[in-house]
Write a protein that binds this ligand. Structure first.
Ligand code: THU
Length: 125
C-alpha cells in the first residue's frame, strides 16, 4: 500500500479519537510486514496519566492479535504533522527500529523517517 493511502486511512481513523481535554486528535495506521492493517487513536482520560497515544493504541491492538513485525506507521493529526512522542518511540522500538514512520500536514506533503533515525541508541533489554 502506498504512503498516501496509508495516511488517508490515518485521517479516517482520527475521527474516532477521544481527546476532550487537549482537543489534539491523532489517528494512526500500522501496517504489518505481512500486509495487515491496525488503526489506533489517542484515548484521553480524566486522570490525565491514563491517556494513551494513537501509535501505542495501534501497536497494542496488533500485538494482542499476534502480530509483532511491522513495516510502516502513518500518523495524522488535526494540527498537521505529528511525529511520535518519546514514550511511543520507545514502545515501538521494542518491535524493531526498521519501522518507517510517515506523517505530514496533508497527503501531498508527507515525510518519512525510520524509527532508528527518530530514536538512535534506543533502549532494549
Ligand atoms: N498524542 C498522540 O496520540 N501521539 C503522539 O505521538 C503525541 C501525543 C496524543 C496524546 C494526547 O491525547 C494528545 O495527543 C496531546 O498530547
Amino acid at each position: 500500500m502506498e504512503n498516501k493511502e496509508l495516511y488517508r486511512r490515518a485521517v479516517e481513523a482520527m475521527k474516532n479519537s477521544y481527546a476532550p481535554f487537549s482537543k489534539f486528535t491523532v489517528g494512526a495506521v500500522l501496517l504489518t510486514k505481512d500486509g495487515k492493517l491496525f488503526t489506533g487513536v489517542n484515548v484521553e482520560n480524566s486522570s490525565f496519566g491514563g491517556t494513551i497515544c494513537a501509535e501505542r493504541t495501534a501497536y497494542v491492538k496488533a500485538v494482542s492479535e499476534g502480530f509483532r513485525e511491522f513495516d510502516r506507521i502513518a500518523i495524522a493529526c488535526n494540527e498537521g504533522a505529528a511525529w511520535p512522542c518519546g514514550i511511543c518511540r520507545q514502545f515501538m522500538y521494542e518491535f524493531g527500529s526498521d519501522l518507517k514512520v510517515i506523517t505530514g500536514d496533508d497527503e501531498e506533503n508527507l515525510k518519512m523517517m525510520t524509527l532508528q533515525e527518530l530514536l538512535p541508541e534506543g533502549f532494549k533489554l
